[in-house]
Write a protein that binds this ligand. Sequence first.
Ligand code: ADP
Ligand code: ZN
Length: 723
Amino acid sequence: MYADVLVEYGVKSLDRSFTYIIPDNLKAKLKVGMKVIVPFGNQKINGFVINIKDEENYDQLKEIIKISNEDLVLNKELLELGLYLKEKTLCTLITAYNTMFPSSLKIKTINTNYNLYNIYLNIKDENKAREFIINNKRSLKKIELINRLLNKEIVLKKEYNTYVIKELLAKDIISLKYETKYRLNKEKIKEKKIKLTKEQEMVINSVDLNNKNTYLIHGVTGSGKTEVYMNLIEKVISKGKTAIMLVPEISLTTQIVNRFYNRFGFNVAIFHSGLSDGERHDEYKKIINEEIKIVVGTRSAIFTPLKKIGIIIVDEEHSTNYKQENNPRYNAIDIALKRSEYHNVPLVLGSATPSLEAYARGLKGNYKLIAMNNRIGLSKIPKINIIDMSLEAKKRNMIISDALDQKIKERLKNKEQIMIFLNRRGFNTIVTCVNCSHIFKCPNCEISLTYHKHKNNLKCHYCGYTIFKPEICPSCKEKALTSYGLGTEKLEETIKEKYPEANIIRMDADTTIKKGSHENIIKQIENEEVDILIGTQMISKGLDFPKVTLVGVINADESLNIPDFRSGEYTFSLLNQVSGRAGRSELEGEVIIQTFNPDNPIIKFVEENNYLNLYKYEMKIRKLLNYPPYYYLTILKIASKDYNKASIKANKIAKYLNENLNNTIILGPTTAGMFKINNIYRFQIILKYKNFDYIKEAIKLLDSMYITEKNISIEIDVDPVRI
Ligand code: ADP
Ligand code: ZN
């Protein structure tokens, strides 16, 4: 027997399979979809079995060396999905398949044994056991153990010293029983029964579980979407099927996962980047062994080998986190759609602020649009106040306006909770010399370094370059360094000074490095040990704390000024989401948004909580400028350490595209938004088109032409979420 093996070899042009002999000892075990190790040239490399056959015309074939892990097999669905991933993102097939394995189970670490066991003791031979008791009256411990076992008690090996067990094992009186133990294992908690609202019932009933429709639930924050998801999943499970539920980021998984554990207990497996390798291994194993029915996780959870899928749900559909920013540049929602089609089951997308693309599809009828316009029970959409910071600046209120200050004091007095949002971490964002105007910039990225006071260092948020903050200016040697630009670290310090009686906690990338820190922060807020939560976009979505009645946004302009055609949409969604954290119970909520652009239409739409007006306004601009959803986009980034080389190639490629593409708008080359990152210069070309087929062959060809080229690379991003 022979196997066609896709080999893992750096070069894209080698994305093909080679035939190997299946040695006798592997014949029974080897399956299509397994990872193997094969000889290649004089190396041993990883490969992937994509076909098994009896006949082969060539002689002189080599043998497969071994199977990497017998537990890991991509099933037929995932093998097909790999082909789609390759077509859609132009990655290699082997990259596609590697993406579908959880990283801890990649070949490099496969020798690590992650299995944990509970080891139990059992009686092996009852007659011998009774005989032993009679003949060894003085072995008290041993007799106790035997008696317990004879009485059918459950006994763990670790309850007894080795010397007790050893003899009994050797005499075949008792035996060991290994039972796989999982690191994460949550029991179902009896929740108080929730009675669904009419609106929730209506939504649940309108989802047809037997067909592959896509639904877009446009539900205001706090309208009870999560409850809807859980009820849909309950229905699916009762029919013997399974469910995948995606959430955009790990900070969000904590609360949602707890709600899922409470309702579904052992039936839930979770996936996100905060798991340890062992935990990830365990969760994966539960899926392979078909021990669980529900997967809740971030982006990559869409690839889990769950069988009999009955529904896929994507919460916060608008989130850019569903797009992977490096190779393969896939969007988990595309994959979700593909899998729902394969299983002929519904895909449910939910958001308070759907992406324009999704909402347009909803209006056109490609997605079934469902609205949830009301918050649950007595809870109301919070009142939003816009504060003009140019007036505050005259009063020397640079960080906290009078209005916000007054409301914070009110809440502290009433023992209610407050969330303050600022989408910048660090202490100061710019460090400069007042004497010579020297600015500290990253030597690799041409971007100003952020000052982190706690560690007294200056850090590049793109490449991680870090230096200690010097006392004197490296340029003029004067002791004249100053810094400005507000980050969450400084905001925390300011708020601590201003409200010394308050308990304050900060949640951003710097305070959540340690495993479990998200959970820890959320628990403290739930237990009301915290009065004020300060955070970046990490706190903007999904969190549900009934005691939060005030949300403050420190600088709403930050995201408005990003040079991306979606900045308006993103700003609206961010501000609407963060506002939605307030007033989620019977306690009324209020929001203060500080801005230097109070008359900006986007800010107005936020104030009115009017998604539809935002949609209409943005769609006009998109139409005028030929942006999505009117046109599709692909971005080519031409990158090199050598500025001239990158520039010349970028022009050459643009020329080629101009000569070879029809019905396509070609913009550029221009320097990319992040022009120099990590010492690599990047130019970009933007393609706008109505049909991917117009450009597919040409960019595939480009890709293969440049793949072997040294010192220059092209990144191709189909349907980018950032430009
Ligand atoms: P969303 O996901 O739309 O933001 P959630 O599902 O988190 O909304 O619901 C908001 C709050 O209302 C949660 O605390 C949830 O437990 C509660 N809730 C949801 N549905 C009901 C219901 N039918 N009855 C009572 N409380 C509900
Ligand atoms: Zn840098």
